[in-house]
Design a protein around this ligand. Sequence first.
Ligand code: E4P
Length: 217
Amino acid sequence: MKFFVDTADVKDIRELNDMGLIDGVTTNPSLILKAGRDIKEVTKEICDIVSGPVSAEVTAVDYAEIMREAAVLAKIADNICIKLPLTLDGLKACKALTSDGHKTNVTLCFSATQALLAAKAGATFISPFIGRLDDMGFDGMELIAEIRTIYDNYDFDTEILAASIRTVDHVKRAALIGADVATVPPATLKALVKHPLTDKGLEQFLADWAKTGQKIG
Ligand code: E4P
């Protein structure tokens, strides 16, 4: 499973990239707002740090304007992936952009039939939002499983990018189902390493080591 980090915070991205933990980055208008930076400037900086796909989202809703914004975003760097809304205009833009050789990420996916349309439009990635479905009382993970089955039934190349991930368990379940990628907030990504028995075991080893009075090297 590939990991993308879901943030526009350059400090977090650099730290996780240096640890070799991430294969790409996803941003969205809310994350750009949170970063408090100019979209083109911060996206360029992110693309210089990470060699994998960096999703930058258009904010237009009609086809012509989406295509205009996509051209601006695509010029930022070679590893830009254009993030498009799951609407008819977004899908039309997806078809045009992928045919033109761009990577695309169709976002705000909440149903299996939406994911089917995105695959037919040639999307590089489909982003089903797990957490937001859970928030509404649905099981977001069921959607990941449905999309996995449909894409496998028809050998679609579109990668399932599990998004709106809130917990370590979301990551585990998405991986068990076979999502190709998980985009994870920095804190949740770091939390994947945590286990109380690891902490307890390490504490015990260090205490016993101190009692030996030895030093390595
Ligand atoms: C995906 O690409 C989105 O940026 C993100 O995962 C949305 O997550 P949220 O529902 O926590 O805002």
